[in-house]
Design a protein around this ligand. Structure first.
Ligand SMILES: [Mn+2]
Length: 393
């Protein structure tokens, strides 16, 4: 899912229309899903003591990991609204039927509290491996939605087709019928366990520890013919960096468009350590770029530490071209803001573990509308990139 070509395929559109399409579909009402009686994910069913998720090829992600680490999408159901909330909560598979789950998104915590307030001591959860990628794009949505829909109700909306869900074997929960593998479990809502060395998208061992709830596996269902185990490896330039930020890009696309900008792209590049965002647009007059930069820096998430505004002529797939624009088009700008717990340069807040504060930068590396636009035209050697040396040998 790391490039626009595969992201566009997930939505059934062309790369040049991808971001606009996702941004538009996220503004549409939820399509919901169809409940079906069975599906490919039910071809093999292992219940209770037969279910052992350490038999799945769950990898270790880095040297300091104590246990294999599951990165699958998970589904939980809001007991109040009935909506299906989804995210990817990294889970240490510490035993055949035991895991320690790291919910980093606030909605999972809100929903867990609802179950607790209803007097429950466990919450149903399903881990879902191997799906059409639009499920994973949508599962990573974050924003105001809990009173209107859950992420699963929107998967069909962003794919522009119906999706089918099938009943779990051991839980009051539905899961995607076309999944490769589903692990059914319950989250223990009472106890917490200390786990060390988090696998962060910025490629640091941060935060150093978490206090996590445990999950108890009750069933595994899967496809019969060599089911695919889907993993998001936490190393540079894989799905782990872009995937959680694709809906962020679409949300920012909508907000920047509301400012009156002609937005070409919004990108959290894989090489930006999940802390940096590029906004690319053309604008009618001076003053709009700084508002766009502040809009992005003031985003709800903690990954807009470094924001760079670029003009449409810069190639976002080429870090060299992006850096060139910064060096040549920037006219040097904001300290002490909310930091990411994954950023080692951010200052840890005493008594507020794992929260940190950090300075932010908004870099206006666009063509300046107040100058002669011809000053910013890139000078390339004639026929640059079109000459084949072998033609001259
Ligand atoms: Mn949510």
């Amino acid at each position: 899912m790391k490039n626009r070509r595969s992201q566009a395929r997930a939505l059934g559109t062309l790369p040049e229309n991808y971001l606009r399409t996702l941004a538009y579909r996220l503004r549409q009402p939820p399509r919901g899903f169809k409940i079906v009686k069975s599906g490919p994910v039910k071809e093999v069913i292992k219940l209770h003591n037969e279910a052992d998720w350490t038999e799945l090829p769950v990898p270790y992600h880095k040297d300091k990991d104590d246990a294999p680490y599951v990165t699958a999408m998970n589904i939980i159901r809001d007991p109040e609204t009935g909506f299906y909330n989804s995210c990817h909560a990294g889970t240490h598979a510490v035993g055949p039927r035991r895991g320690l789950i790291s919910f980093v998104t606030p909605h999972s915590h809100v929903i867990m509290r609802k179950y607790r307030d209803m007097g429950m001591d466990a919450m149903p959860i399903a881990f879902v491996f191997g799906l059409p990628p639009a499920y994973e794009i949508m599962a990573n949505f974050s924003g105001l939605h809990m009173d209107a829909w859950g992420e699963m109700e929107m998967v069909g909306t962003i794919m522009d087709r119906d999706i089918e869900m099938v009943r779990c074997e051991t839980l009051e929960l539905n899961v995607p019928a076309e999944a490769e593998i589903v692990v059914e479990a319950r989250v223990n809502l009472k106890d917490r366990f200390k786990v060390g060395e988090v696998t962060s998208p910025s490629m640091y061992n941060l935060p150093h520890y978490e206090n996590l709830p445990e999950v108890e596996v009750s069933a595994i269902t899967m496809r019969g013919d060599r089911p695919i185990y889907r993993n998001h490896q936490t190393c540079p330039d894989t799905d782990h960096q872009p995937l959680p930020r694709l809906c962020h890009e679409a949300v920012l696309y909508n907000r920047l468009s509301e400012l009156g900008l002609d937005v070409k792209d919004v990108r959290f590049p894989t090489w930006g350590a999940a802390l940096s965002c590029i906004i690319q647009f053309s604008y009618p007059r001076e003053g709009m770029v700084n508002d766009a930069l502040m809009l992005a820096m003031g985003a709800p998430w903690l990954n807009t530490k470094l924001v760079v505004a670029l003009s449409p002529d810069t190639n976002l797939d080429d870090p060299v071209d992006v850096y060139h624009a910064i060096a040549t088009r920037c006219y040097p700008a904001v300290p002490n803001t909310r930091g990411s717990p994954y950023d080692p340069a951010a200052r840890p807040l005493e008594g507020q573990y794992p929260w940190r504060v950090v300075g932010k930068m908004g870099i206006d590396a666009t063509i300046k509308s107040r100058h002669d636009p011809a000053d910013f035209e890139r000078a390339w050697p004639r026929n640059w990139g079109q000459v084949k040396l072998s033609d001259y040998l």
